[in-house]
Write a new protein. Structure first.
Length: 302
């Protein structure tokens, strides 16, 4: 294992069967943490279909845990329906009973409905339920049950994976509402937990080479447009995990709590590259939102 920034730490990652969550889990394990991977898909082939009658999006807890262990890392799966409050409570209790603590919670699960179009006239309350139940409510409940654990420890980091779509012009009202909710939740959680030494931040990845994105790039019939330019400006799923590791190790972590960070800002602030060795240049969008968010934070903190 190359990095050991998180040796001896316990991380809980939701949405870790595929996508950004799976990459976060792999990188936190690569940095020495023992990672508990939480998601609904335990075995390959049990995953969600792209749409009715469409291909299955690859990825599973078992596959990701096997990859981590084969690479020398430490990980375990926890199959869970993140819409179920009782299961979330049970999972947190299990992690504490087995490991005695939770140092990092990476809230990454997101519910993208099948055949999701995004515009107001195509997306009804069925889409709302999928996106809000998984993408917002599960993050809140995980933070709710993990907070007392971290408060008792006197330390901890909650990372909510969000998106600049919450602020940028973007095509999907529902997705923007979900991400805006997550970011406001982060600010409120940070406020509540600050006296206890626990921090919360939102991280905004950009285009990420997830299984779904790569499938869409290869097959335009899937109805999800991914251009060659999008891929050229994309990152690996592990890149976000690397940002989380650096945040956790920041001596001024509590001073950064409550804020939203574009991923590229963190990469340049801490000086790390993606796992392929590439550190993308800090683009204008990231610089703009970093300046705006910092200005807002300074006003609120004054």
């Amino acid at each position: 294992m190359e990095g050991q920034m998180l040796k001896g730490k316990i991380a809980l990652v939701s949405g870790a069967s595929r996508g950004i969550g799976a990459g976060i889990a792999r990188e936190l394990a690569a940095q020495g943490a023992h990672v508990v991977l939480a998601a609904r898909t335990l075995n390959e082939g049990e995953g969600r279909n792209w749409h009715a009658g469409g291909p299955t999006v690859p990825g599973s807890l078992a596959e990701n845990v096997a990859h981590i262990r084969a690479s020398g890392g430490s990980a375990e799966p926890f199959q869970i329906d993140l819409r179920d409050k009782a299961q979330i409570k049970k999972m947190v209790a299990h992690v504490v009973a087995e490991h005695g603590k939770i140092d990092i919670l990476a809230n990454c699960a997101m519910g993208f409905p099948a055949d999701y179009k995004g515009d107001i006239w195509s997306s009804d309350d069925t889409d709302w339920d999928a996106m809000m139940e998984i993408g917002v409510r599960s993050k809140y409940l995980l933070a709710h049950f993990v907070s007392p654990v971290m408060m008792a420890q006197g330390h901890g980091l909650i990372v909510n994976i969000s998106a600049g779509a919450s602020k940028d012009e973007y095509y999907s009202p529902m997705f923007r509402m979900a991400m805006a909710s997550v970011d406001r939740m982060t600010s409120a959680i940070a406020h509540d937990l600050h006296p206890h030494g626990v921090s919360a931040v939102s991280v905004w990845p950009r285009w990420v080479r997830t299984e779904r994105v790569l499938m869409a790039a290869e097959n335009t019939d899937l109805g999800f447009d991914v251009s060659s330019e999008d891929l050229a400006q994309s990152d690996t799923p592990e890149f976000t995990g690397r940002a989380i590791a650096h945040l956790f190790c920041d001596p001024d972590l509590t001073g950064r709590s409550g804020r939203c960070f574009p991923l590229l800002e963190l990469a340049h602030h801490y000086g790390f590259a993606d796992i392929d060795g590439i550190q993308p240049p800090l683009d204008q969008t990231s610089q703009l939102w970093s300046a705006r968010l910092n200005a807002i934070w300074d006003i609120l903190a004054s």
